[in-house]
Design a protein around this ligand. Structure first.
Ligand code: GLA
Length: 474
């Protein structure tokens, strides 16, 4: 537990990894996930310091404690050595699925909202945050929209153009939210996007401020929903950020439901993307709160280790996804320059298998031919967009080899083989172990090759950090 800005207690999740005497990882509280700095381990004792940037109380805080079996005891030290709080957390060292265990669940909203027929397949599009952060502006959004059209990405299905944090200005005298100087006319921007055959997404928070410190929707939910509808908005990402200051922590469901009701009240269909970093098991309550998708993790970073840790830890969440309600392991980093072609293909294939939203996070104007071919692979996209809406799950985990299966409509399956390691491997699928019949028709969805009927199973070479994706027809 830690103390919230106003003195309330809230749970904390420590995601720590040890590398010799070094400790790295992140700490998650209601307002978000922040990396730890200066971590050290000695025996069973550890210490690290961190700063929670979006709290009014933001200051460097030292955590120190000890690991005793499954339990971590720690104290939080601030203000020149004064112990603020003692607490404990469940230990999940090097556990690839730390957040599906031992986490409290936020109370579901008192009255569940019924599904309203939006995003029956995972949303596809682009979001400004990964590449542009809060520096995004109207001209860049329009240029990206044009690039989506001219590159053929729009026609491949990427239609949502989502402006993340950084568009907001001040409220007017009537309390209505206004864009800042970088966005001269939001309604015109919406019209422009619609004219390009695209959809318009926007961002806000149930808190008074967003994570980047812009105006949030607290106390203005209905007014903002009406404003968004007037601007022609089709999609709202609603990010917890500072909402812990105005909502009790076990009322997350109500906070999101409030905006969901406000959006529905406008009469304009708007997708609600719930973003609270996977705290309090949103897969158990976010759909009832009116969410169409919900983040399951902290923010993705532009690195192999980040996408690997996030993507491969999603296996146990498969049962919670379905048409109109999706797990969201965060936006794509494909095309942002730090992943190899193999890694980009693996990132994309895994998100395809997870029935994850496919939200591009790069500068679409500068997409290399290799990256474009990955993002436009129609057969891979069809696996993600399959109308059955089932999320894939892991069926084999052997050393650095993983095999994932995703049930598809028509009794078909997608099967992905991954190599998380640093050397090539031979991955092996055995039909009997996968509960498939002796003869299975196989198609390679990256090479676009039919193999015909394969008896018993097969082995396949997979490059380091690479993958293969197959369509299996029985
Ligand atoms: C949080 C979210 C990100 C992004 C930023 C914007 O960190 O998780 O996806 O929206 O806020 O400030």
């Amino acid at each position: 537990m830690r103390l919230n800005g106003d003195g309330r207690e809230e749970p904390v999740t420590l995601r720590l990894r040890q590398d010799g005497a070094r400790l790295y990882g992140s700490i998650r509280i209601s307002v978000g996930e922040v990396p730890i700095g200066e971590g050290e381990v000695e025996g069973n004792r550890f210490s690290f310091s961190t700063e929670i940037p979006f709290l009014p109380t933001a200051q460097r805080t030292l955590y120190r404690g000890s690991v005793n079996g499954e339990r971590v005891e720690f104290e939080i030290v601030r203000d020149g050595g004064r112990t603020l709080r003692r607490g404990w957390a469940a230990w999940s060292s090097n556990d690839p699925e730390p957040y599906v265990r031992n986490l409290p669940v936020s109370t579901p909203p008192k009255e569940a909202l019924p599904p309203n027929g939006l995003v029956l397949t995972p949303p596809m599009g682009w979001n400004s945050w990964n590449r542009f952060g809060a520096g995004i502006d109207d001209a860049t959004v329009r240029a990206i929209a044009q690039a989506l059209v001219s590159s053929g990405l729009r026609d491949a299905g990427y239609v949502y153009v989502n402006v993340d944090d950084g568009w907001q200005g001040q409220r007017g005298p009537d309390g209505s939210i206004r864009p800042n100087a970088k966005f001269p006319d939001m309604k015109a921007l919406g019209e422009y996007l619609h004219g390009q055959g695209l959809k318009f997404g926007i961002y806000s928070s149930p808190g008074p401020k967003t994570c980047a410190g812009f105006e949030g929707s607290a106390g203005h939910e209905e007014q903002d929903a009406r404003t968004f509808a007037e601007w022609g908005v089709d999609y709202l990402k609603y990010d917890w950020c500072t909402a812990g200051l105005v909502w009790p922590i076990d009322q997350m469901g109500e906070a999101y439901r409030k905006m969901a009701v406000a959006l529905r009240g406008t009469g304009r269909p708007m997708v609600l993307s719930i973003c609270q970093y996977g705290l309090f098991q949103p897969w158990l309550w976010a759909a009832q709160a009116g969410g169409h998708l919900w983040r399951t993790t902290g923010d993705i970073g532009n690195s192999w280790s980040s996408l690997r840790d996030i993507g491969f830890s999603q296996a146990k969440l498969a049962e919670y996804a379905g048409p109109g309600h999706w797990n969201d392991p965060d936006m794509l980093e494909v095309g942002n320059g730090s992943l190899s072609a193999e890694e980009e293909r693996t990132h994309f294939t895994l998100w395809v298998m997870l029935a994850a939203p496919l939200l591009l996070g790069h500068d679409v104007r500068q997409t290399s031919a290799v990256t474009l071919a990955i993002l436009k692979n129609e057969e891979a996209i069809a696996v993600n967009q399959d109308p059955l809406g089932k999320q894939g799950y892991r069926v084999v985990q052997k050393g650095s080899e993983e095999i994932w299966m995703k049930p598809l409509s028509g009794g078909r399956w997608a099967m992905a083989m991954f190599n998380l390691g640093e050397r090539p491997i031979q991955a092996t699928a055995i039909w009997k172990d996968l509960k498939l019949p002796v003869l299975v028709r196989v198609r390679d969805l990256w090479k676009h090759e039919d193999w015909g009927k394969v008896q018993g199973g097969f082995s396949h070479r997979i490059e380091p950090h690479g993958c293969a994706l197959f369509l299996l027809t029985l």
